[in-house]
Design a protein around this ligand. Sequence first.
Ligand SMILES: *Cc1c(COP(=O)(O)O)cnc(C)c1O
Length: 444
Amino acid sequence: MSRRSRGSNTWEVRASTLARNTHNLIRDIVENLQVEPNPNKQLIALSVGDPTTFGNLNPPEQVIQAVRESNEWLSSRSYGPAKGHLEAREAVAKYSAHQSNEEISPEDVVLCSGCSHAIELAITVIADSGQNVLVPRPGFMIYKTVAEGLGINIKYYNLLPDQQWKVDLEDLENQIDDDTAAIVVINPSNPCGSVYNKEHLSEILDIASRNHVPIIADEIYEHFVFSNHEFTALSAVSKDVPILTCGGLTKRFLVPGWRMGWIIIHDRHNVLGKEVRKGLSNLATRILGPNTLIQRALPAILSCTPQSFFDDVVLFIENQAKLAYDELRRAPGLRPIMPQGAMYMMIEIKTSLFPSFKNELQFVERMVAEQSVFCLPGQCFAYPNFMRIVLTVPEDILREACQRITIFCKDHIVSRETLKEIDSNLVNVSSDSEVICDSGPALA
Ligand SMILES: *Cc1c(COP(=O)(O)O)cnc(C)c1O
């Protein structure tokens, strides 16, 4: 097994298999893009999924104050229990009461270093090398990053853009095999901004129940839904499917750098048994527990934040979504899909109408070079021919970005003449001609 013999007289230090097989798709793709902005235009990055980037969205004063006070306590500097302090877990259990019809016990809560750590624990406690985890496509790619280095396979199930990104249920069920360890459901969704209603959640649960597959519910955007939509926790609908719900402070409280997340174990019928709980406790000891400064502040953060703070943030994002949707709907060759929550919008790029670009990667590359607007290509979410924008940027910047995107599309959309020449098998002229006409004189 050893890679070297003792007494070897040269240095042979290699990175481990885990390290070599761990990839972050977004980073890999973005690093390989030519993203030299136009020097005459200020760069607008609609790519960064961090709501604090522009300084326009800040946590409420009560939250800042809670951490200030926490700093006064010795216990906010000491190690805590690996799963987190009891008071902090009690606070999370209470805050998460909507997730269950039964009382959530602090014993059901494991505090983590951010939601991504919660995701890592949830996957590693349930899946072994050689097994697979089903994740949505398009979807947030941390699952791939976490799983693949460990030899856990990622299999995709499709979401349906024409049905507000609902799960393709047939596809989901078809993907399940004997090695499937868990299904991941991200609701509300990054990158889609979709929000699933109770009926749809029940349909997903039926499949999990029939096939006896537990679910990892990524609800980092819980409650983050626009008007006329309702957030329902998957666990609140589940009758028998065990669910590990991953959440945290990051998005809702606008504090990604604080690295405070959690797992809540929903296992009414004790399907997961003692072993999985024990397993989570074991895995939690790998980092000796998360940040105690924030743990000590957690009860105040979770109970003192006024509802008006959440309402204002969501209303802001909703208005941003409407703005971007209205602007980009008129951009020739694009089809924005209106989100129902979270903080992103997916936009289809009808690549057949932009013959000078081979794919959406080239499209976003050239848009940076010409218009200094950077959007994440869909391939970052295993979903070509789309791009994702973040809606948390200030309003004037978003408006400016949408206008530049529109100009870019008008500059590059196929001309009427070329369109006629293109094989009609390739491009559906009749349905797209509407889009072409919209753009008017720019096509001339
Ligand atoms: C941002 C995000 C996370 C990671 O959250 P952290 O608390 O920063 O680790 C997890 N899942 C989804 C869907 C996200 O968008």
